[in-house]
Ligand binder design. Structure first.
Ligand code: NAD
Length: 490
């Protein structure tokens, strides 16, 4: 029985639906799947499972809506986006609650209504920067480039910050004149399904903005293989990113943008502000119960300060309040679901064999009834251990020591990932040398993730992805470039 999938506004059970061609609908074959509250393991809601037919219908609606939407005055494309921003702000508490009962994010940590609204507001007015170029560098000719939308764009998002990824992809895709089909994650579809209702209220023309719920199979795969989807922006695991890339290559070579996983290093030199380094690196791994792509899960500390750093780190990392994500005092929620919990516990088991456990290590399923994992620290883990190479996606960190700068840079780079790195030192030359040498899309100096610069690009080196996102960058992902050459009569 659905136990707490209620909207606070009217107390009625929330019934998630999908948005296809302007209509809020169930799956055409009646398919549904349950979403559980990971703190209690009770069912929060039954959610429509998009079938292949539903997915094809959403793409067909988006294709039919594209000519009129792309031809519209961009200020008129922006108008429903601004209205949606206001509605999302208005319903922030409700979205926080729905996220808490589907993937366990504490309501005290939910700030994604604000960031999503910012994205819709910002991109609604960003159309003047959709610009080509012109030149007279070809004698006897004028040349120009036009920036134009792709057509139907698919957006596939993960569960760890769904409202943020939803908005940061959909808003730039829409203002540039594309029509979209979003697929939410099966682990966290509730807040996005509520936003689907707000999209209807905001007044987007039918077919412009379609929202599906369901699993990778069949819905996500159908989008990745669809001949009418011209671009696909994906945030999720590297494993799924590779499958999507393969599907795109085997079908219509749609443009693919990939924001994938990480195994991010933080390097703490002996001259660093140790208290600050310990506090910020601990916060990085603890945020969202370790379920953050850029979490600094490998920390390298200079051996001369390692004991003191470890003492400070453990103090900070252990100071969490775990419990009901709906309670305002909770700072540490459960892992998103049973699969995530079992994965994290399996990594902790392996980690205990390869390294030395010095904090945590316990799952609290029996004691608390939900998928809670203690903040966990390993030291002295061999560099080639699985837990040093693979993404755990839980509140688990490996802290190792180093002696020399060159040695630690080599260790930091010895990974197939390259999303985010942090370096703590008071020596500016060393900080910049390391920033230059490190193979990752982001480097933080004397700070760490999840901090990001408001207008910087975000994206991975190596297996962490391809392409960049950000307020100044994402529109570019959704615009083709056409070259036009005009011969002048002499
Ligand atoms: P996931 O890859 O399991 O799922 C992501 C989405 O892909 C879901 O909507 C899922 O239904 C869909 N999907 C699954 N199989 C598919 C297929 N074959 N074809 C098409 N779609 C398919 O990832 P997740 O567990 O939801 O998210 C966690 C991962 O996301 C972590 O690896 C994390 O590092 C990464 N992540 C990256 C960033 C970033 O910006 N780089 C941000 C957040 C999360």
């Amino acid at each position: 029985m659905a136990s707490n999938g209620k909207t606070p506004s009217n107390g009625a059970p929330f019934q998630p639906r999908m948005l296809i061609n302007g209509q809020l609908v169930e799956a055409s074959d009646g398919g549904k799947f349950p979403v559980h509250n990971p703190a209690t393991r009770e069912i929060s809601a039954q959610v429509p499972e998009a079938s292949i037919d539903d997915t094809n219908a959403a793409v067909a609606a988006a294709k039919a809506a594209f000519p009129a939407w792309s031809a519209l005055d961009p200020t008129r494309r922006g108008a429903p986006m601004k209205k949606l921003a206001a509605l999302i702000r208005q319903h922030n508490a409700e979205l926080a609650r729905l996220e808490a009962i589907s993937m366990g994010m504490p309501v005290s940590k939910f700030h994604y209504g604000a960031t999503a609204a910012f994205n819709f507001d910002h991109f609604a007015e960003a159309w003047p920067s959709i610009q080509g170029q012109a030149s007279v560098n070809t004698p006897g000719h004028v040349t120009m480039t036009l920036r134009q939308p792709y057509g139907v764009v698919a957006l596939i998002i993960p569960w760890n910050a769904p409202v943020h990824f939803f908005a940061s992809k959909a808003a730039p895709a829409l203002i540039t004149g594309n029509t979209v089909v979003v697929k939410s994650s099966e682990k966290a579809p509730l807040a996005i399904a509520r936003i689907a209702e707000l999209v209807v209220e905001a007044g987007f023309p039918p077919g412009v903005f379609n929202i599906l719920s369901g699993h990778g199979l069949p819905s996500g795969q159908t989008l990745a293989r669809h001949m009418d989807v011209r671009a696909l922006s994906f945030t999720g695991s590297s494993r799924t990113g590779k499958l999507i890339q393969e599907d795109a290559a085997r079908t219509n070579l749609k443009k693919v943008i990939l924001e994938l996983g990480g195994k991010s290093p933080a390097i703490v030199f002996a001259d660093a502000d140790l208290a600050k380094a310990a506090r910020l690196t601990a916060a990085s791994v603890q945020a969202n119960s370790g379920q953050v792509c850029m979490a600094n899960t490998r920390v390298y500390v200079h051996s001369s300060v390692a004991d003191e750093f470890l003492r400070l780190f453990k103090e900070s990392f252990a100071a969490v309040r775990d419990g009901d994500p709906l309670a305002p005092e909770t700072t540490h929620g459960p892992q998103a679901d049973e699969v995530q919990y079992r994965n994290v516990m399996a990594y902790i088991e392996q980690g205990s064999q390869s390294g030395k456990l010095v904090l945590g290590g316990t799952g609290k399923l029996d004691g608390m009834g939900g998928y809670f994992v203690e903040p966990t620290v390993f030291v002295d883990t061999p560099e080639d251990a699985r837990i040093m190479k693979e993404e755990v996606f839980g509140p688990v960190v490996n802290i190792n020591t180093f002696e020399e700068e060159a040695e630690v840079v080599a260790k930091a780079n010895d990974t197939e990932f390259g999303l985010y790195s942090a370096v703590f030192t008071r020596d500016i030359s060393r900080a910049l040398r390391v920033a230059k040498a490190i193979e990752s899309g982001y480097v933080a100096i004397n700070c760490s993730s999840p901090l990001t610069g408001r207008d910087l690009p975000f994206g991975g080196y190596k297996g962490s992805g391809q392409g960049r996102e950000g307020v100044l960058y994402t529109m570019n992902n959704f615009l083709e470039t056409k070259s036009v050459i005009i011969q002048l009569d002499s």
